[in-house]
Design a protein around this ligand. Structure first.
Ligand SMILES: NC(=O)c1ccc[n+]([C@@H]2O[C@H](COP(=O)([O-])OP(=O)(O)OC[C@H]3O[C@@H](n4cnc5c(N)ncnc54)[C@H](OP(=O)(O)O)[C@@H]3O)[C@@H](O)[C@H]2O)c1
Length: 309
């Protein structure tokens, strides 16, 4: 099968297309014929220096996939060949999503939202599960609470805005001004142009902050939280501000996990028209390096997706 692998740690140019063995589905695994593969910051962070997976065999890159079940391994009862599924299998271990086939535990997938095509569905798993697990499960976001979503136009952010809105929250986002119209259309109640305004002065009395930026943004976010408020940090454990406890707020890092139940909740929201993935750029698998170049600029509105013919 065709697959894009990392030939060595480095820039986008180390992404190399190879002919690899088609994986076999083991016990409780399904073999998925990949139709589209989502691209995430963790993909280029891994490519640049092994953020999550170490060097051993040639690392295969990518986690988000949407496709069709080609075969099921012994013990699988939830899917049969021909079913359309989407997921983020094996994360944070190697999955090899930039390939024609992926084999992984059946319950790392869920049925693809019926209302979405494979490109739209591949835009969802990692980013939407992150937003779901951070806001709904981690922070326990309640109806009427005020949530601040940083990088609201990004892959995680634009889905977090919609998930928070669907939970009945009041949603505030940070984004450059050109993206405000789109975010209002997705349900944001209030937007801060972070280039023109200091968000920590523009926003206050927040119950939950979802921070995909880290550093100074994470530290200043403590100022906008109510006493007892919660900050969920995404970039890394080093971006959790140490002074949270002395300010009377909670701050923690979370790492997204494969989660069939969460994918089913996300699919249900999509099929009810409450969660729309925005796809910024679609490229064929062989242009994975170009996808990384675009993504690494950090200006993506929504997601980048690779199609796998
Ligand atoms: N812990 C986990 O499990 C987990 C899971 C998913 C993602 N993450 C991490 O979370 C971060 C975000 O991921 P992502 O997929 O959402 O990234 P992304 O799609 O690449 O984010 C791009 C967006 O960031 C916005 N942005 C950049 N600087 C900004 C600023 N100072 N203020 C407000 N918006 C800003 C850009 O909007 P403008 O063009 O308007 O600037 C752009 O729309 C990454 O570090 C990723 O690795 C962690």
């Amino acid at each position: 099968m065709r697959a894009v692998v990392i030939s060595q740690w480095g820039g986008p140019e180390v992404l190399t297309e190879v002919e690899a063995d088609r994986p076999e589905p083991g016990l409780n695994e399904i073999l998925v014929r990949v139709r589209a593969a989502g691209v995430n910051p963790v993909d280029w962070k891994t490519r640049a220096g092994g953020a999550l997976i170490g060097w051993g065999e040639t690392p295969m890159v990518g986690w988000d996939v949407s496709g069709t079940v080609e075969a099921v391994g012994p013990g699988v009862t939830v899917y049969r060949p021909g079913d359309e599924v989407y997921g983020m299998p094996h994360f944070p271990r190697q999955a090899g999503g930039y390939a024609e086939y992926v084999a992984a535990p059946a319950r790392h997938f869920a049925r693809k939202p019926a209302s979405l095509d494979h490109v739209q569905a591949a835009a969802l798993p990692l980013a939407a599960l992150t937003a779901w697990q951070a806001l709904v499960e981690g922070a326990g976001l309640q109806p009427g609470e005020r949530v601040l979503v940083h990088a609201a136009a990004g892959g995680v952010g634009h889905l977090a805005v919609q998930i928070a809105k669907a939970r009945g929250a009041y949603v505030i986002g940070t984004a450059s001004a050109a993206k405000h119209g789109l975010l209002r259309g997705l349900g944001a109640d209030e937007l801060v142009d972070y280039r023109a305004q200091d968000f920590a002065e523009a926003v206050s009395e927040v119950d939950v902050v979802l921070d995909g930026l880290g550093g100074e943004v994470a530290r200043r976010s403590l100022e906008v939280l109510k006493p007892g408020g919660r900050l969920v940090s995404l970039p890394g454990p080093g971006d959790v501000p140490a002074e949270a406890a002395e300010r009377g707020v909670h701050a923690s890092w979370m790492l997204v996990e494969p989660d069939r139940k969460g994918l089913e909740e996300i699919a249900a929201l999509a099929d009810r028209g409450l969660l729309k993935p925005m796809v910024d750029t679609v490229l064929p698998l062989e242009q994975a390096a170009r996808a990384h170049e675009i993504g690494e600029q950090g200006r993506t509105t929504g997601k980048i997706v690779l199609t796998v013919a």
